[in-house]
Design a protein around this ligand. Structure first.
Ligand code: SAM
Ligand code: SF4
Length: 350
């Protein structure tokens, strides 16, 4: 049976049962209709404006062992690095003068940067006037508080999947419970909080995916990043299949219809699978944020979560211009606002 009526129900009510969501995921006949509705919803709320946020991959050192990720601690083949505070602040200043309104600092999960050093870096970046997003993994409430006080505005921590068995299997020595606790702490501290999913891990099903999507709705996140699993060498999942890109676009679109005014990035992993169209397809199915890496080649190569991770080999300034032109070509423009989601502004009364 066609999923059309369920898509209409979702667009009208902004919520839907897991059973009906599963039907939408399993039926590919109405994909174009789903994408068009999500795109129209994005345009209605985000006014054809796309946020450009500069990503700096500050360290590839990681203490965790996520089965899918090339940065996992047991990967002894990878040369590890940690940028100096001077380098990070230098990148941030270049980003600010190129027009970016937000800097995103991402790394493996470790204490490679002491909390004091991280706070100094945050204070320096804050002086540029940009908003700061962090994606440094699971930290204690006290650490999140310190970073917030030092100037961090937003935090990205994907739940990856809410399925207990899959989570346990692919995340040794980690717990779903703690991941959720971190997300709740971030929200309580007033961060603009983002989560998201890794689609297509071995054993992933429509049923699991439907529940994962409903988790994002239930926790009412301000930002949601959904990306495809890409097998990475030197990991236990190196011989598995790459995720189905259509399914990721459908997850984006469904998220846009459930959470109309949040920020949704067109993830790098999508572009890495389809260099020509990955990001454009994501925008046309509901995404409204692009996060280009501005980390120079030598570090970007080593920040190898998966093979072929996309990056424009250009200066920070030209990367901005490139995306500006790409957006112009498809009738969009770069947002000049501070990059907050409308959802967050409303929640905080801003
Ligand atoms: N260490 C932090 C964390 O895990 O939250 C932040 C950095 S981590 C590299 C950022 C994201 O990369 C993860 O949330 C995960 O979904 C994604 N990732 C890791 N390995 C991947 C792979 N093989 N394919 C696609 N995405 C991957
Ligand atoms: Fe480390 Fe994050 Fe990769 Fe897990 S996903 S191994 S925490 S960098």
């Amino acid at each position: 049976m066609s999923s059309l009526k369920y898509i209409d129900e979702l667009a009208k009510n902004r919520e839907i049962s897991a059973y009906k969501l599963e039907k939408i995921l399993a039926d590919d006949e109405c994909n174009e209709y789903l994408f068009a509705l999500a795109n129209a919803t994005r345009k209605q709320y985000a006014k054809s404006e796309v946020h450009l946020k500069a990503l700096i991959e500050i360290s590839n050192i990681c203490q965790k062992e996520c089965f899918y990720c090339g940065l996992r601690k047991p990967n002894k083949e990878l040369k590890r690095y940690k940028m100096s505070a001077y380098e990070i602040i230098g990148y941030a200043k270049q980003a600010a003068s190129s027009g970016y309104k937000t800097i995103v600092l991402q790394s493996g999960e470790s204490q490679a940067f002491s909390d004091e050093l991280m706070c100094e870096i945050l204070r320096e970046i804050k002086n540029t006037g940009m908003q700061i997003t962090l994606s440094l993994g699971e930290k204690s409430y006290k650490q999140y508080l310190m970073y917030k006080d030092a100037g961090a505005d937003r935090y990205l921590l994907r739940i990856e999947t809410t399925n207990k068995a899959l989570y346990k299997k692919f995340h040794p020595n980690m717990s779903l419970k703690n991941r959720i606790k971190c997300l709740v702490n971030l929200k309580n501290l007033g961060y603009e909080t983002g989560s998201g999913l890794l689609i297509g891990l071995p054993g992933y099903t429509y049923k699991i995916m439907a529940k994962d999507l409903l988790f994002l709705k239930k926790y009412d996140f301000d930002m949601v990043g959904i990306g495809p699993f890409i097998p990475s060498k030197n990991t236990p999942l190196s011989n598995e299949k790459v995720a189905n890109i259509k399914l990721v676009l459908k997850a984006n679109a469904i998220t846009r219809l459930m959470l109309v005014d949040i920020n949704i990035p067109a993830t790098t992993a999508l572009e890495s699978i389809d260099r020509q169209n990955g990001r454009k397809m994501a925008l046309l199915s509901g995404a409204n944020v692009i996060m280009p890496s501005i980390t120079s080649g030598k570090y970007h190569e080593l920040y190898s979560l998966y093979p072929g991770k996309f990056r424009l080999d250009m200066s920070v300034e030209n990367t901005y211009k490139n995306f500006n032109d790409m957006l112009f070509d498809i009738g969009e423009k770069v947002s000049l606002s501070n990059g907050n989601s409308l959802r967050y502004n409303e929640r905080m009364g801003l």
